[in-house]
Write a protein that binds this ligand. Structure first.
Ligand code: F6P
Length: 565
């Protein structure tokens, strides 16, 4: 089905109204201290709950009345229609002619038969694959599935890259406290041989299971690492006397120690993995939206099917909330619009995501692919140029580590960097330092940072501390640095699913305002093509070398002069 051309948000009266509001705020002075002082109900008006997450937007550079303008703009770009189109399987990824149905991955079994897309009962198919994954996970967890020498699997190694790695590794790290079957996971992604060398160190091939994850099953990095892993496995098993080196025994070993996740089951079979040990998904699941599909198989093994289901429920709770809550009260929509506000009106080029939870230490890296591969674009879904800035740079590190690294620039630098602060009331590792609860000490930092960023410290306040006059300017904090506080009860499979879905939809809202196909990623292709052309030139092919540009030639010459192997 053809999709409508994008509406140019910047040409709508709703954009003009937002611009006027922005100008007015600039004229009257953007000042959070004053806004808090003048409106006792500011926090109430700008706080929201979605699923079991709580959001405080009050320390953003908006007034309560800004929300209605955000909602109006969302309506003007027909966000509701596009959401419906996404949820019902219209091919909104039009440059690849694909539906975008990650929301179907987390629908309950009751929805079977309701989402038939391109002739496929999506929910039924999803639940069937999940049942197979869960049966497999149970077998590995219980020890019924063993390695070739009959030993229980104690490590699963996920080999994949991009969406086939970043989601699973982030979730594994985030939920580590829930691992309950004596199975740990490692994640190999980079084609740099250092990655596989380090990640296989100390592993026992007899108790290691590889999960090769690739949507296309053609990705250079993943297939190279998968072949390397097979070599490592067979060599190790032979050394341990677990295989005799015969083809028959080797193929039995591969079938016991390798499973695959892909949309391309033919290629899986070509690699030598038994298709009965392969878990499929579909081309309507984008790589960066796939951690809740079979791509999360390592997670089902480590944490168990029940936890994986809770994870899916978390996504679904936010999917439902996003699709059914009026725009002016819909914190997912409002956060997406807030990002547009900062990107296009305040011209903020980056956005920090700062989890106050060590378990979320890979969350910013995960979000970088989700947001930047989705919205880092300069043409709209009909091929016309974008009409305003798109795709801010997402980045971050867990607090409090970031505080001792880059927060200086957020507090006192010359750029405006909106930041999301994420924390949880409970920790699985409560502890006291003397009489002090350490988690509360941690939360004290979470709260202090957003307060310092919002309200700053004036020169008079600095002087009142007895600071020498010449040092006063260096110690002033301007304040009015915007933050959103996200607070949850605890980091659980459910709340993690909620958080991921939240950012998926925020990304979608921004993409809709900018008129982007947030689901293609053509920008990664040229580098892949050139790598294929250049690689032969590196070591031997002088004709190929001669065809390169002068800079590439110079770098290859340096390499040839310096290589020592
Ligand atoms: O980097 C481009 C990309 O296509 C990502 O979108 C994707 O997540 C990654 O490569 C891995 O692709 P595959 O799962 O097909 O190996």
């Amino acid at each position: 089905m053809a999709i409508n051309p994008p509406i140019d948000a910047t040409q709508t009266p709703e954009w003009a109204a937002l611009q006027q509001h922005f100008d007015q705020l600039q004229d009257e002075g953007v000042d959070l201290k004053t806004w808090f002082a003048n409106d006792a109900s500011r926090v109430d008006k700008l706080s929201f709950d979605a699923g079991d997450l709580h959001f405080d937007l009050s320390k953003n550079l908006i007034k309560p009345e800004t929300l209605a303008l955000f909602a109006d703009l969302a309506k003007a770009v027909k966000l509701d229609e596009r959401t419906k189109a996404m949820y019902t399987g219209v091919h909104i990824n039009n440059t690849e002619d694909r539906a975008v149905l990650h929301t179907a991955l987390r629908r309950p079994a009751e929805d079977e038969g309701k989402f038939i897309v391109d002739g496929q009962d999506t929910v039924k198919d999803v639940r069937e694959v999940l049942s197979r994954i869960y049966a497999f996970a149970d077998r590995v967890r219980s020890g019924e599935w063993t390695g070739v020498s009959g030993k229980k699997i104690t490590t699963v190694v996920n080999i994949g890259i991009g969406g086939s790695d970043l989601g699973p590794v982030m979730v594994y790290e985030a939920l580590k406290a829930y691992a309950d079957a004596g199975i740990s996971a490692r994640y190999i992604s980079n084609i740099d041989p250092n990655d596989i060398a380090e990640k296989t160190k100390g592993l026992d091939p007899e108790t290691t299971l590889f999960i090769i994850v690739s949507k296309t099953f053609t990705t250079l990095e993943t297939l190279t690492n998968a072949r390397e892993a097979r070599t490592w496995l067979l060599k190790g098993l032979k050394a341990a006397g677990a295989v005799d080196g015969s083809d028959e025994k080797n193929s039995e070993a591969v079938s016991k120690h390798f499973v695959a996740v892909s949309t391309n089951l033919e290629k899986v079979a070509e690699f030598g993995i038994d298709p009965t040990n392969a878990f499929g998904f579909w081309n309507w699941v984008g790589g960066r939206y796939s951690v809740d599909a079979a791509v999360g198989t390592s997670l089902a093994v480590v944490f168990g099917p029940e936890r994986f289901e809770e994870f899916l429920h978390g996504f679904h709770a936010i999917d439902e909330y996003f699709a059914t809550t009026p725009f002016d009260k819909n914190v997912v929509v409002l956060l997406g619009m807030l990002n547009v506000w900062y990107r296009n009106f305040f011209k903020a080029a980056s956005h920090a995501v700062l989890p106050y939870d060590q378990y979320l230490h890979r969350f910013p890296a995960y979000l970088q692919q989700l947001t930047m591969e989705s919205n880092g674009k300069s043409v709209r879904w009909d091929g016309t140029p974008v009409t305003t800035e798109t795709g801010e740079i997402f980045w971050g590190e867990p607090g409090t580590n970031g505080q001792h690294a880059f927060y200086q620039l957020i507090h006192q630098g010359t750029q405006l960097i909106p930041a999301d602060f994420i924390a949880f009331a409970n920790t699985p590792n409560p502890t006291k330092d003397g009489g002090q609860d350490v988690h509360e000490l941690f939360l004290g930092n979470y709260l202090a940072q957003t307060k310092a960023l919002a309200f700053g410290k004036t020169a008079d306040e600095v002087r009142a501390e007895g600071t020498a006059e010449e040092i006063v300017p260096a110690r002033v904090f301007a304040g009015n640095r915007p933050t959103t506080s996200v607070f949850g009860d605890a980091l659980t499979p459910f709340s993690l699913g909620e958080l991921i879905a939240l950012y998926e939809h925020i990304t979608f809202v921004e993409g809709t305002v900018w008129g982007l196909d947030s689901y293609d990623q053509w920008g990664v292709e040229l580098g892949k093509q050139l790598a294929k052309q250049i690689t032969p030139a590196i070591s031997q092919d002088d004709d190929a070398l001669a065809q390169q540009d002068a800079s590439t030639q110079g770098l290859i010459k340096f390499y040839r002069e310096h290589r020592k192997f």
